[in-house]
Design a protein around this ligand. Structure first.
Ligand SMILES: [Zn+2]
Length: 334
């Protein structure tokens, strides 16, 4: 009897390991305000000249991102030759001719240990609107905040990987260009995907998570989630569960209403994934008085809120990367 009991215990503990229920708290805590401050004071500095699509300033910001990945030992994706996906001027100017030069999406990648062919995309646009009438639009919230969130999320996954707790599924960190000119970089990616869209199991898109809007003057402990339940009940449940377990923000679904006149669901890069049937969730803080103004500056960023929302995005990605099944598509998206 004793022997059997011991065997049972061993079996139970082995099956727990194979499910890899590693608690991510330790890695969540590597996402810090201090790091976010350091990154955002660079990405949203005047030196980057407002990061307009194809500009020298945007390329400088891109170099900073790439340098971060290299410093952390994170490579460009398998099948690519470098950190850039070139987005040609012909594509950027096809719809509205704004005379944009060639630009680039920037990508980095952590390969999954068990299901490497299933890919989670975490996206944020790193372009903004540049310089107008001599004023630099630094876009600290839009979308400097999402840009630096990706850097911290990637670092957290890489630290986990070094400790033998790397994601089971692969993660593509995608800094898209041309968002401000009509979601162009993500549109280009969706038409020229590096990994088949059929194996792209979720997009977590982050666009403006460093401030609060007029509906949350009392507390910035919230984030709007948009689209999480449009294609996949699993994705909605995952967002709710990991938030309760690890982050405890108020998840606000006000703009998840398709009839909302702001139509935010159609206004950021996740849409180019969602329209292809890929479960997608958009993390967003809403708009504020500095939205698309030169005054969207880094000294107005609420770094504690930015940290928590980044931690939530990481937690969602962690769960999807490591759970047994990919989020099922059980809804039409309409
Ligand atoms: Zn934006």
């Amino acid at each position: 009897m004793k022997k059997i009991a011991i065997l049972l215990l061993v079996t139970v503990s082995i099956s727990c390991w194979s499910q890899n229920n590693t608690n991510p708290t330790k890695y969540i805590n590597t996402i810090t305000s201090k790091d976010l401050i350091k990154h955002l004071y660079t990405v949203a500095s005047d030196e980057m000249e407002g990061r307009n699509t194809g500009s020298i300033g945007q390329k400088k910001a891109g170099n900073y991102l790439i340098n971060h990945y290299q410093t952390n030992g994170i490579s460009f994706p398998k099948g690519a030759t470098d950190f850039y996906q070139k987005v040609p001027a012909s594509f950027l100017n096809a719809k509205r001719n704004e005379n944009l030069p060639d630009s680039e999406n920037i990508w980095a990648y952590i390969e999954g240990s068990e299901k490497p062919n299933e890919v989670i995309v975490i996206s944020a646009h790193y372009d903004h609107i540049g310089i107008e009438n001599g004023e630099i639009f630094n876009g600290a919230d839009d979308d400097g905040s999402g840009t630096v969130a990706l850097l911290e999320i990637a670092q957290a996954f890489q630290i986990a990987k070094k400790e033998g707790n790397g994601p089971k599924r692969s993660i593509l960190f995608l800094h898209v260009t041309g968002e401000e000119h009509g979601l162009l970089g993500s549109s280009y990616y969706s038409e020229h995907p590096l990994f088949p869209l059929a194996n792209t199991i979720t997009d977590i898109n982050i666009d403006m998570i460093g401030r609060h809007d007029e509906f949350h003057n009392d507390s910035s402990d919230y984030v709007y989630l948009i689209g999480s339940d449009y294609l996949s009940t699993d994705l909605y449940n995952i967002c709710e569960d990991v938030n309760k377990k690890y982050v405890n923000l108020f998840l606000d679904y006000k703009f998840n209403d398709r009839k909302d006149p702001n139509r935010f669901y159609y206004r950021s890069d996740h849409y180019n994934f969602a329209k292809n049937g890929i479960p997608s969730v958009f993390l967003f803080n809403g708009v504020h008085a500095d939205y698309h103004k030169a005054s969207d500056e880094v000294d107005k960023i609420e770094f504690e809120a930015l940290k928590k929302r980044t931690q939530l995005a990481f937690s969602i990605a962690w769960e999807i990367a490591n759970r047994e099944n990919r989020p099922a598509v059980d809804k039409s998206g309409n």
